[in-house]
Design a protein around this ligand. Structure first.
Ligand SMILES: *Cc1c(COP(=O)(O)O)cnc(C)c1O
Length: 391
């Protein structure tokens, strides 16, 4: 561990704060560090390893592709990109897909699409306070949190932030320059805030009336995390644009921009590109993720295990008064704690062999792999309880 840390200290840019752990192996809901210690991973790779680490179906697909070819440029066809796009469309809405490599890139594509669509008269994009859309210049501008913007001025023009779940604020922000609204149906970084059904319904109606693009950022909520393949399915809407990343690749880097039928030709030849986007080795992994969800009935597992996890947290709440509101959907759970800073709880859990996250300083974010079992949840709750006991 010391040797590993030394190399980071000397050669890796210090943009992250890290726990003092080097993870070297992963298998399902479990990971192991360089000292051989095992952890139950209830925040796998910031939701990237949503189907668990090294899911057998992902490994199988990737291994088969390894024997053929790793990368094919987008000047040629590859065997898998169309197959993956068809899968995504089957579960979302009629339209077409562009492949990128990350969530920020997918959102950058969505922003470009909106600008192109509105050009030259309409360019304003409304986003939500407490949202998170990425760290590129345009996506950090779209993000409704000042901490990601500090020091990066001048920022691109044309973004407006409004409070989430506040339809009047949205209506007041719309002008004849508004071309799109971009939002997370459930805010992740913002503290697991779920959109109200009535709010989304009205937002959708206004968008359709005024020809404003409805862009949903499902980078964190996609691939069954909330109990449906995509979180927008809980609402009676059809987005114009949806962005995906994180768990879509089962541990491999991918982003996707999904565009509905009406807007599928806005980005034509030469308007957008990505060298790595949609490479066959990555598409193979994503196809493995779809197979896992379909063949192992994982959406059903998310719903039953989500309920069980919330039940167990509610039980803990009776014992520990610092536990406040529990929110979320499926296996995307936020637990508000009545303390200033929950980072010592996260650190305590690491010691106990449980990996979790905390966001907005005092909200525990619990997002186990969607393959999680009752037994795993019991183990996690017992570890968390040990940590709370010691406080
Ligand atoms: C993580 C995240 C992003 C950014 O994704 P990257 O792959 O880190 O660029 C964008 N939107 C949401 C909702 C996210 O959770």
């Amino acid at each position: 561990m010391n040797k590993i840390k030394k190399l980071y200290d000397k050669y890796v840019l210090g943009t992250y704060t890290r726990q003092d752990v080097c993870l070297v192996k992963g298998d399902g809901v479990w990971v192991e560090d360089s000292e051989g210690k095992k952890y139950l991973d209830f925040f796998p790779g910031w939701a990237v390893s949503g189907t668990g680490h090294r899911h057998p179906k992902v490994i199988k697909r990737v291994s088969e592709q390894l024997e053929k070819i790793l990368h094919v440029s987008n000047n040629y066809y590859n065997e898998l990109q169309g197959e993956l796009a068809e899968k995504i469309i089957k579960y979302s809405f009629k339209g077409k897909v562009f492949f990128a490599n990350s969530g920020a890139e997918a959102n950058e594509g969505a922003i470009k699409l909106a600008r192109k669509y509105g050009s030259p008269d309409r360019y304003e994009i409304i986003t939500m306070e407490r949202s998170f859309h990425g760290r590129t210049l345009a996506t950090l501008t779209a993000t409704g949190q000042d901490k990601v913007k500090k020091g990066f001025a001048p920022l691109p023009e044309g973004f407006k932030h409004v409070p989430f779940n506040d339809i009047d604020a949205f209506i007041s922000a719309v002008t004849d320059k508004t071309v799109a609204v971009m939002l997370e149906i459930i805010q992740g970084e913002g503290g697991i805030n779920v959109a109200d059904a009535e709010y989304i319904k009205k937002l959708n109606r206004i968008c359709k009336e005024k020809d404003i693009l409805l862009i949903v950022d499902e980078v964190q909520t996609c691939m069954g995390r909330t109990g449906k393949m995509f979180a927008f399915e809980y609402y009676d809407i059809e987005p114009d644009v949806m962005t995906l990343a994180k768990s879509l690749g089962g541990g491999m880097p991918i982003g996707a921009l999904v565009v509905n039928e009406k807007h599928k030709d806005v980005l034509g030849p030469g308007t957008h590109a990505s060298t790595f986007g949609g490479s066959p080795i990555i598409c193979a992994a994503a196809l493995g993720v779809f197979e896992a969800i379909e063949e192992d009935d994982l959406l059903e597992n998310v719903n039953s295990m989500g309920e069980y996890l919330v039940l167990k947290i509610e039980e803990l709440k009776k014992k520990y008064s610092m536990i406040g509101k529990v929110c979320g959907k499926g296996l995307m759970i936020g637990v508000k704690l009545d303390i200033e800073d929950a980072s010592e709880i996260v650190a305590g859990c690491v010691k106990e062999g449980l990996l979790l996250n905390c966001t907005q300083k005092n909200i525990l974010r619990i997002m186990p792999p969607i393959t999680v079992s009752k037994e795993n949840i019991d183990t996690a709750i017992s570890k968390l309880s040990t940590v709370l006991e010691k406080l």
